[in-house]
Ligand binder design. Structure first.
Ligand code: SF4
Ligand code: SF4
Length: 110
């Protein structure tokens, strides 16, 4: 079982894509490849948009930036998130934090 993960409080995600840019630069991924993709969800009422949610989705390319972790640094996406809505840490601690946060998702790698 994975020991680490990333908790995303997506209620505060603005869809700015900075996490994806930071990930691509950190790993030098080619265009179209990334460890995180930000998905937009548009809610409509009477065919008009009434709300939008953004949700960062981690892909199979995400390695939790373990090279950075060994150097005492946060994952690139977490460090550069504009709204501080991403949190890296030990799974048990993140699960505890999640209990007090609404609209959150927890990512764990394979
Ligand atoms: S943890 Fe690292 S590899 Fe995973 S999405 Fe964030 S920047 Fe990319
Ligand atoms: S950097 Fe943060 S606020 Fe911006 S899209 Fe990524 S998770 Fe959302």
């Amino acid at each position: 079982m994975a020991k680490f993960g990333i908790l995303v409080h997506y209620d505060f995600c603005t869809g700015c894509q900075t996490c994806a840019v930071a990930c691509q630069q950190e790993h030098d991924f080619p265009v179209g490849k990334c460890g995180v993709k930000v998905t937009e969800y548009v809610y409509e009422a009477e065919k008009k948009p009434v709300a939008i949610d953004y949700l960062p989705f981690f892909t199979e390319l995400c390695d939790l930036c373990m090279r950075r972790y060994k150097n005492g640094e946060e994952p690139a996406c977490v460090k550069h998130c504009q709204s501080f809505c991403m949190q890296f840490g030990k799974l048990d601690e993140l699960v505890t934090d999640m209990e007090s946060k609404s609209r959150s998702v927890l990512f764990t790698p394979r």
